[in-house]
Design a protein around this ligand. Structure first.
Ligand SMILES: NC(=O)c1ccc[n+]([C@@H]2O[C@H](COP(=O)([O-])OP(=O)(O)OC[C@H]3O[C@@H](n4cnc5c(N)ncnc54)[C@H](OP(=O)(O)O)[C@@H]3O)[C@@H](O)[C@H]2O)c1
Length: 340
């Protein structure tokens, strides 16, 4: 099999393709011949050495794949063999062959392409957890989606539209037309204008009911201030720490220093009628049955044509570095996929 490894932290070019013997599925596992791999911003953070969950180097990154099952381990029904699937992987996804616990698999619908299958799990589960499970977004409410052109951003936009919410998104200016065509009601370029001011103007001073913020640093504070009474802020990432293509401790510390460590006090939350919560899908492995319930709901949304993963670009597996450049150059509108 061929895999892409992080052997050291640094620029995208540190990603190295290596060959190894095909793995054999262990008990309760299946082996997947991978047809598409989802690239996530977490992989970029991992490559930069800014992702605390990354196992020790050398490590194969990658949280999601789609492909075909070609072997099963003990205690797994053999009728999985030959089925098209999508799967969550706990690292190891940047590979043309992976062994995955059966519990992390779902059958891929016949009308869903392999790239769409690899684009769905992480982005849509994260957006689902925020909008449906914890954020309680309702029809007629307004949601602010940061990095609206990213994988989670597009997933959140589609799920918010399905609910009937009004959508405001931040994104680089070049993505605004595409986002409006996808149904975004109001776009803000945070590199050109203060998003807090833009939100207040658009909502006539009221603020929004829910914010999805994975930018972090001072953005969390501004997002909190953008909430209306009864509004909720979802914090789920720190992309501001990844400003360059090499790790910069200075930048990471600067981002951390500007976090609202002492802002959301109990008295302030009580008196302002606001909620703040955190999401980390990668810390829900012990709740996988629940997460699978969310995935089932998402696959039903797919069958009703309420969601459709948008593929921004595909790269061959041996060009994983180019895929990371593409994301860090802020070019993607939708998901970036590797094809083995
Ligand atoms: N906690 C969780 O469970 C969880 C799960 C999935 C994702 N996340 C987080 O959600 C965020 C988005 O992830 P994703 O996979 O959807 O992203 P993605 O598809 O890789 O898109 C990233 C987009 O984020 C924007 N961005 C903001 N700051 C950036 C920076 N410093 N460098 C480069 N791009 C930056 C860029 O769009 P613009 O130029 O248009 O702003 C870029 O196109 C990340 O912070 C990620 O870690 C968290």
């Amino acid at each position: 099999m061929r895999q892409v490894w992080i052997e050291k932290f640094g620029r995208p070019e540190v990603l190295r393709l290596r060959e190894a013997a095909d793995p054999l599925p262990g008990p309760r596992q299946v082996r997947v011949r991978v047809e598409a791999i989802g690239v996530n911003f977490a992989d970029v953070m991992g490559r930069l050495g800014l992702y605390p969950d990354l196992p020790p180097k050398p490590v194969v990154p990658g949280y999601e794949v789609s492909g075909k099952v070609d072997a099963v381990g003990a205690e797994v029904e053999p009728d999985w063999i030959g089925r098209d699937i999508l799967a969550l992987t706990r690292f190891g996804g940047y590979s043309d062959t992976v062994c995955v616990p059966e519990v992390q698999l779902a059958t891929r619908p016949a009308d869903m392409s392999a790239p769409q299958g690899a684009a769905l799990p992480v982005n849509y589960l994260t957006a689902w957890q925020i909008l449906e499970v914890m954020g309680g977004l309702r029809a007629g409410q307004t949601v602010l989606i940061h990095s609206a052109g990213g994988g989670v951003g597009i997933a959140a936009l589609q799920l918010a539209k399905r609910i009937g919410a009004v959508t405001i998104g931040t994104a680089s200016g070049g993505k605004h037309d595409a986002l409006k065509r996808l149904g975004l009601d109001f776009a803000i370029d945070p590199s050109k204008e203060d998003f807090e001011k833009g939100v207040k103007e658009y909502t006539r001073g009221r603020g929004v009911d829910l914010v999805l913020d994975a930018v972090g640093g001072k953005s969390f504070r501004q997002s909190y201030r953008s909430l209306s009474p009864t509004g909720r802020l979802a914090m789920f990432g720190l992309s501001a720490a990844a400003s360059g293509k090499r790790r910069s401790w200075l930048r990471a510390l600067w981002t951390a220093a500007r976090m609202p460590w002492f802002d959301f006090t109990p008295t302030r939350l009580i008196n302002e009628n606001k909620g703040v919560f955190g999401v980390n899908l990668a810390h829900l492995w012990d709740e996988i049955e629940r997460v699978n319930g969310w995935l089932d709901a998402l696959l039903q949304c797919w069958s009703r044509q309420e969601i459709a993963p948008l593929i921004s670009a595909t790269f061959p597996l041996d060009k994983a570095a180019d895929a990371h450049h593409y994301i860090q150059d802020r070019k993607n509108v939708g998901k970036v996929i590797l094809i083995p």
